[in-house]
Each structure stands twice: as C-alpha cells, then as structure tokens.
Design a protein around this ligand. Structure first.
Ligand code: PLP
Length: 399
C-alpha cells in the first residue's frame, strides 16, 4: 500500500518522512495523481455545455466521478451527490438553504461539544441571524458523548442535530446510526459531518438513514478544494438555490429565471472539474480496498500507538473512548505541544499540534491543545516506533 503513495517516499531534514497528519489531510495515491494528470493533459475542457469531443469526454469523466462517489456511500441516486468546495462549504450550504429560511426564535439547533469549528460556526451564525438557540450536547472526559444528556436534548425536538461521525481531535466514533434512529423518532433531521470517517470506515448513507452527510475529498485520498453534500432527495429538492449563475439554471430571462434539477441547481458556475475527477478516482481507490483488512490494520496501529505512548512517563492520552479510529491525541505534563511538534518535525515526523479547530472541546478538557498523531491505511507500527523515539528526544531536550 505504501508504494501507491509517492509522497511517503521522501525525506524531511534528511530523515525518512513519517507522515502522521492524516486527519488534516491524507496523501494521494498514484491512481489519483495519474487521473489528474490525464485530465489536464488530455481531456481539459469545460463540462456540460460543449458539443466537441473534449468537452464530452470531460463531462463523461465528471459525471462518472459523481456515480463513483454515489456508489461509495451507497446513495440511492447520483443526483443526490452535490459537489462543493469541501466539508465546510457543504455545511454552510445546508445552514444557508435548509436552516436559515426555516429557523425561528423558538427553535434550537444541537451540536456536540466535540465538533470541529466547521460544524459549529455555520449553525451559530444561522442561530444569530434567526434568533434561534444553539444547544450543546455534553461529553464525558474520555471523549465519548453523554448519551443520557443527548437523548434529553433530542426529546426536546430541536430543529436539527449536527454531529460528526468521527471526532478529528480525539478519534471517537460516534454511534450515529442509533442516534439518527432516535432523532427521527422525534422528527429531528440529522446532518452528519463525515470529514473524518471516509478514509477509515465504510459509509452507507441509506443504512445510516442520514438526512445530510458531508465530507471533503482531501481527507479521503482525493484533491483539495472539492467535497460532497449528500442529502435525501426530497430534502435536497426542497432547497432554494445557494448561488446563482451558469449551470444551475433551466431558463434565464429578465422576467425571471427557472432553475435546473438536482444536482446542478446547487452547483453554480464552472465546477472544480479536475477536483471532481480526482475525487472520483479516490472513491474508486477506496472502493477496491479490502475494507476488513484495512480496518484490522488501522486498529492494530492505533492500539499499538496507545500501548506505546501510555508507557511514556509524563504523557497523558486524551480521548480513550472504546470505539475510536486512527487518532491519538496526547499531552505532556510539562512540555508545550508546539515545542514537541517542532522537535518531531526536525526528526522527520509530521504531527499536528494545537486545538485542531475544536476550541470548545479544548476548553472543556482544560487544555491549551494537544499533540495529535493521526494515521491512515499506509501507516505502520514502525511509524509509531519512530514517533516514540522522537518523543524520547523531545523529553530529553525539554524534560
Ligand atoms: N469536520 C471535521 C471533523 C474535520 O476534521 C474537518 C477538517 O479538519 C472539517 C470538518 C472541515 O473540513 P474542510 O476544511 O476540508 O472543509
């Protein structure tokens, strides 16, 4: 698997690179890089409007990519796969087109205490604009959701629940299927932020019964600047256009404009064609994996990391939920995360330090930030060993 990812085979400061920042963005397999090159070298053309060969080829590749993404998440139809700039963009589209027109001062929106800022701020802005209230689903210290408190919030029948599938800061996998089931019993639609699940878990939007499911291409081995908004057909079809422009119209006149059907109605302007085609290649790359083997390997590396790191004196693991994937967050008693990250970088080990765009979570855990090692299917126990050695150097220098 490592051979498929050219970026892994380089040095950083003369050390072989150990890339442990996959929750921020994953590396790209050769299949995706080749597909991007082929598009720009051979097929580059605008989509949907051209009669010429290149435009038709680009359009076919673009719509094939939509089908590949739909297959990957088991969407009932590729019309329910809307291309956006990324997970953040998708959440903002929902906040603007679904939430804002319907929210009022008596309504509430619920998010968990563990959400990424992208799954907090758009709802906070929507609430501020409409007089609605944002409520927070509390968590336990180990990084699991307080289910009793959450169920009480759902019983109050909020307008919407917005929840991550997997926490980017702690790696907790939330039981979204059963949460959605409960929410639906109370008539509450659920938006699932799948930014951190796509590279690690099989996602079946129909089995989950998610009302909306959103994710970014670059966190699932695809390009940056491209993402997906999946929604149930009737919900998507009820949304007003988000942006006006080319491609999203049926007919335009100065007397009024009619709009295209899904998915184009929500995709104004020339799309990120290469991004979509690259994302399609990433979806096909994931589709052909042996998912059980990948999950077993990722679980093994994560468990090994937990074991090895918990033996280090003065190191505290943050986020020890029983159901986790691929994220190991930790702090030292007496070393600032930024200092540790800087030394690790010089040793060729890429980790992320800081609040990971989850400031409310850090405040809740009373931490300035953490050091986060996040794994992907190409990471190994040897990568964990290098991390542990590196942390030994950090302790020698700062301890
Ligand atoms: N949600 C989660 C859980 C994330 O981890 C991220 C990115 O780190 C986002 C949303 C935002 O993704 P993007 O910046 O690709 O829009």
């Amino acid at each position: 698997m490592r051979d498929a990812f050219p970026a892994l085979h380089q040095t950083a400061y003369d050390e072989p690179l150990v890339y442990l920042d996959n929750a921020a963005t994953t590396q790209k397999p050769k299949a995706v890089l080749d597909r991007l090159e082929r598009y720009y070298a051979r097929e580059n053309s605008n989509v949907h409007r051209g009669v010429h060969k290149l435009s038709q080829e680009a359009t076919d590749a673009f719509e094939d990519a939509r089908s590949a993404v739909a297959r990957l998440i088991n969407a009932p139809s590729s019309d329910q796969v809307i291309f956006t700039r990324g997970c953040t963009d998708s959440l903002n589209v929902i906040a603007h087109t679904f939430a804002r027109p319907r929210l009022g001062p008596d309504d509430t929106v619920v998010v968990t205490h563990m959400e990424h800022h992208s799954n907090i701020v758009p709802w906070q802005m929507a609430c501020e604009a409409t007089g609605a209230t944002l409520k927070v689903w509390p968590i336990h210290d180990d990084g699991t959701l307080d289910m009793e408190a959450g169920m009480r919030l759902i019983e109050e029948e909020p307008f919407l629940l917005a929840i991550g599938h997997v926490s980017n800061a702690l790696g907790t996998i939330h039981p979204v299927k059963s949460i959605i089931e409960t929410a639906h019993r109370h008539g509450v639609p659920v938006v699932v932020d799948g930014a951190q699940s796509m590279a690690h878990l099989p996602v079946d939007v129909q089995a989950l019964d998610a009302d909306f499911y959103v994710f970014s291409g670059h966190k699932m081995f695809g390009p940056t600047g491209i993402g997906v908004l999946y929604g149930k057909y009737d919900l998507l079809d009820s949304l007003p256009p988000y942006q006006g422009g080319g491609d999203m119209i049926d007919e335009v006149s100065f007397d009024g404009t009619t709009y295209a059907d899904l998915p184009h109605r929500l995709e104004a302007g020339t799309p990120h064609i290469a991004g979509v085609i690259g994302l399609g290649a990433a979806a096909e790359f994931i589709e052909q994996l042996d998912h059980e083997a990948v999950q077993a390997h990722e679980d093994d590396v994560l468990q090994y990391a937990h074991e090895q790191l918990s033996e280090i004196d003065g190191l505290r693991l943050i986020g020890t939920a029983p159901h986790k994937t691929s994220v190991c967050s930790f702090v030292f008693d007496d070393i600032h995360p930024y200092d540790a990250g800087t030394i690790l970088d010089r040793l060729g080990i890429a980790v992320r330090t800081g609040h990971h765009c989850t400031q409310p979570l850090m405040e809740r855990l009373d931490l300035p930030g953490t050091i986060r090692a996040s794994f992907a299917l190409y990471n190994t126990r040897e990568d964990v060993d290098r991390l542990v050695q590196g942390l030994g150097r950090v302790q020698t220098m700062f301890g």
